[in-house]
Design a protein. Sequence first.
Length: 406
Amino acid sequence: MKEINLESQNKLWSKDYILILAINLLVYIAFYLLVPTLPAYAKQIGGSNFQASLVVSGFSISSLICRAVTGHADDKVNRKPLLLIGLLILSLCTFTYIFLPISGLIIVRIFQGIGWGMSSTAIAAVVSDMVPNKRRGEGMGYYSLSMIISMSLAPILAIMIMNSFQFNIVAVVSIILGIIAILSLQLLSFRKKSRLEMVETNKEKIIVLKNLFEKRALIPSLLCFLLAITLCGVMSYIMLFGKEIKISNIWVYFIGHVLMILLTRSFVGKLFDKKGHAVVIIPGAISMIIGLIVLSYVDSISSLVIASLLYGFGYGAVQPSLQAWAVNRSPLERRGSANGTFLSSMDLSFTIGSVLLSFVAESKSYAVMYRFSSIFMIIFMLIYGVALLKEKINVESGENVQESIG
């Protein structure tokens, strides 16, 4: 009987887990359909370059602020209402884009950032609740995989629709996906908080700055911030880079990117659970550095594919491992705040990275920009090395204390 209970506790592929992955995939595709097309649409309806940039930066800032508050709220109230409200805001805002002038678009886009911060943080918290502790790396890995697939495929789909039709069709497709996600949410069973968790989370009823972020998730979040700056360069400027090097079908990069992640996802999470984060993160980070450097020297489809495979493998290994590490370091009653802290680091990196990397590209070239962005992964390696050393020292000092007590 104990063996059966243990097996049940460690079960990963439940109906609810599969359903939340599907919901996450729908939500992220709906969102990333807008990322490459909305700024272009802003210019089509009479916006300037500056106004188009406000569509990106305003959204990121409001999403960043909302993630912190939502992460804390996720720990104190039920996940479902927050997730439902966030998804409704996302879809309703997308619907209004079809009718709004540029000034209204900017304002509503800021409001949509609130919906994105609420829904994406709540989904991450729900996934954390469902994944067994002993399968954390594997479970969070598949969750991240659904994000990465959408980030890779949605821009291709969005650009193809925009080129063949117009932005209104992109918006309609995004809304339909959001509605399906909302309807699917009604089939999902949410974990109820235990009495102990309720006692712990109710000790601090006032939302203060120290409660909005989980300090034990700060190191993985800082590393994610550095990593996501390089991702911002890939997601935001790969099409412009294609024009610079005169490769029209630069979208092939995203295909190689997602294929490598699909191939590696099955064993990376299990390796994390068995051997720890170092054996996954170190080779993954090195692969990302090499991938960025190869990308900066691309002059053919074959070299483009090589760059995408290297970066895709590295990102697919490192990003979900960092998130699983952030959750593992945090107490059960603070998982929402841990996920909010982690995802906020990505919003912040996109806000800062888009401006910084565009400045490098404008003053030099997009090729130089990718070489420059690899520096952030070198800094990543240095900080991670120090964190590993401190972790090792803490473990050894803990063992020495136990030996002394014995």
